[in-house]
Design a protein. Structure first.
Length: 158
């Protein structure tokens, strides 16, 4: 990275993924979702709390030589609903994904209700339906326990 008069310049990546418009302070949660600890060998650029005309302050994550999968995208959507995922090939944006809150989330979140069947049956798979997209509220299909965006963030960070 080099410093410019009005901000930072992060070098372009040849191939990989750029996740933009992450709410300020949530880039570390995005790295956790992606399982990035820093010793994988891929170059990762992390920019936090930069000015954004669209959302005030934002974070940006760039990962070289890595394309994120659908499950990772779905989890990112739940903590960064307005994020965009840009797939980079040969220094150009080859694909731009605008994330959307899914209507149903299966098997990637845990119900907070300790009595829920999904927490007590070894074959139980969690399933949440979207009750609200702004703010994010998900409801367990089995016991009606609700999860908020903050609950999802806590699960990811724990």
């Amino acid at each position: 990275m080099s410093k410019m008069e009005n901000g930072l310049i992060v070098t372009k990546i040849k191939d990989g993924t750029v996740i933009d418009h992450i709410p300020a302070g949530r880039a570390l949660a995005v790295l956790k979702i992606l399982g990035i600890k820093g010793n994988e060998g891929n170059r990762v650029a992390l920019v936090m709390n930069v000015d954004s005309h669209r959302i005030g302050k934002k974070d940006i994550v760039k990962i070289e030589e890595r394309v994120i999968n659908n499950v990772e995208s779905e989890l990112i959507t739940l903590i960064a609903p307005n994020a965009t995922i840009n797939i980079i090939r040969n220094y150009e944006v080859a694909e731009k994904r605008k994330l959307r809150i899914p209507d149903i989330v299966v098997g990637i979140l845990k119900c907070q209700n300790p009595l829920c069947i999904t927490n007590n049956d070894p074959e139980g798979i969690s399933k949440f339906s979207s009750v609200s997209k702004v703010p994010i509220v998900l409801k367990c299909d089995y016991c009606d326990t609700e999860l908020t965006e903050d609950d999802v963030l806590r699960q990811i960070l724990s």
